[in-house]
Every structure is written in structure tokens, then in C-alpha cells.
Design a binder for this molecule. Structure first.
Ligand SMILES: Cc1cc2nc3c(=O)[nH]c(=O)nc-3n(C[C@H](O)[C@H](O)[C@H](O)COP(=O)(O)O)c2cc1C
Length: 185
């Protein structure tokens, strides 16, 4: 039964939007009858007591935050034997974006399976990876970031698509319901 399964939803967030997405995913998993712990990656000490993991990071300079990629590396052996879902929070999600449709489509195309994500795939039993758009304020980044935003017609604000986030979490819950329970090793 899914209620016996425990999932760690761990996140790395600089300004809070990734944390909000992790909390929404955990809430959705809980509603589906799973036991979901939501934690900052920096406060998560291990993976051994979990049946499955959902790990997410904000993207800075086209990469996961260092504490998130370090967590994947340092828990590689525990993660290898468990189902893992990853999500990345950046300027361009699958269904919403800081930018208009043309630039968003271009970004979606060029970032498909980045070297970083390909490395994660080699490390963990990855079930799925999803990109979500997050939140941006002018005060979050340098003048260069602001210039980039203006040059490409970006919009400041909260671009999270909660329906997409909930739907992704519901898909995880369904997959876990179908999984046989993990046997203690
Ligand atoms: C310093 C900085 C660098 C960023 N670099 C990128 C990037 O390379 N690509 C991208 O798509 N978004 C980038 N973003 C946008 C963030 O990924 C986005 O604002 C996200 O919602 C941040 O998550 P957080 O609120 O959990 O920190 C950057 C934001 C900041 C503040």
C-alpha cells in the first residue's frame, strides 16, 4: 500500500521558489497517501530510510546549486538502488517561462539532456526529470542579469505553473503505488 512508502523531497533554493515547489510536491504526495518528508538538501543527512526520492534545485549559471549536485554525488550508492525523480527550477519550464514562446522553445531545445543531467542519469536510477519555471525579482541578480532580462523581453514575477507541478507530483504518486515495496537490505 502506498501509505507505507516514505519519500524524501529535498531541495536547494537560493530565493525560495524551489522550496515552494518542493513543499507543493510533498503536499500532493501526502494527499495521495504517501509519507513525504520535505527538507533543504543541506539539512538532509541520508537516503537510507526512504523508499524513493524527489530532489530539486534552482538553476544558477546553467547548473544545479553546488549543494544539490554534491548531495547526488555523496549519496550515489544509496540513490542507485532507489527510484529517483529530479526537478530543476529556472527561467524556462515545460509549461511556463520568464520569456516569450520563441525564446522558451529555443531554450527547451538546447538544454535537453545537459552534460550535468546526463551525469546525474549515470549516477541514479532516474525515473524522470522535469523543468519548472520559478520566480525572479530584479533584486535577485546583478545588473548584467537585469540587462539580459530586458534584452530578451523577460518578465519579473512568479512564473510557477502549479497545475503542472501538481500533475507531475500526481504522476510520481501513481508510479509509486505500482511499485513493489522495498525490502530491507
Ligand atoms: C544569480 C542567478 C543566476 C541564475 N542563472 C540562471 C540560469 O543560468 N538559467 C536560468 O534559466 N535561470 C537562471 N536563474 C533564474 C533562477 O533559476 C530562478 O529565478 C529560480 O526560480 C530560482 O530558484 P530559487 O527561488 O529557489 O532560488 C538565475 C537566477 C539567479 C538569481
Amino acid at each position: 500500500m502506498s501509505g507505507d512508502k516514505t519519500v524524501l523531497v529535498a531541495y536547494a533554493s537560493a530565493h525560495g521558489s524551489t522550496r515552494g515547489i518542493a513543499q507543493a510536491i510533498a503536499e500532493r504526495l501526502t494527499q495521495a497517501g504517501l509519507h513525504a518528508d520535505v527538507r533543504a538538501i543541506a539539512d538532509s543527512d541520508g537516503v537510507d530510510s526512504y523508499d524513493a526520492l524527489v530532489l530539486g534545485s534552482a538553476i544558477h549559471n546553467r547548473a544545479w546549486l553546488p549543494q544539490a549536485s554534491a548531495f547526488l554525488r555523496s549519496h550515489a550508492s544509496g540513490l542507485a538502488g532507489r527510484p529517483v525523480w529530479l526537478f530543476s527550477v529556472s527561467s524556462v519550464g515545460e509549461t511556463s517561462s520568464f520569456f516569450g514562446p520563441r525564446l522558451s522553445r529555443f531554450v527547451q531545445r538546447v538544454r535537453r539532456d545537459t552534460p550535468e543531467m546526463a551525469g546525474f542519469r549515470r549516477t541514479v536510477a532516474l525515473r524522470d526529470h522535469r523543468d519548472f519555471a520559478g520566480v525572479i525579482k530584479a533584486s535577485h541578480w546583478s545588473r548584467l542579469g537585469d540587462l539580459f532580462m530586458k534584452a530578451f523581453g523577460g518578465t519579473y514575477g512568479d512564473h510557477r505553473d502549479w497545475r503542472d507541478i501538481d500533475a507531475w507530483a500526481d504522476g510520481i504518486a501513481r508510479r509509486l503505488e505500482d511499485e513493489p515495496p522495498r525490502h530491507a537490505t
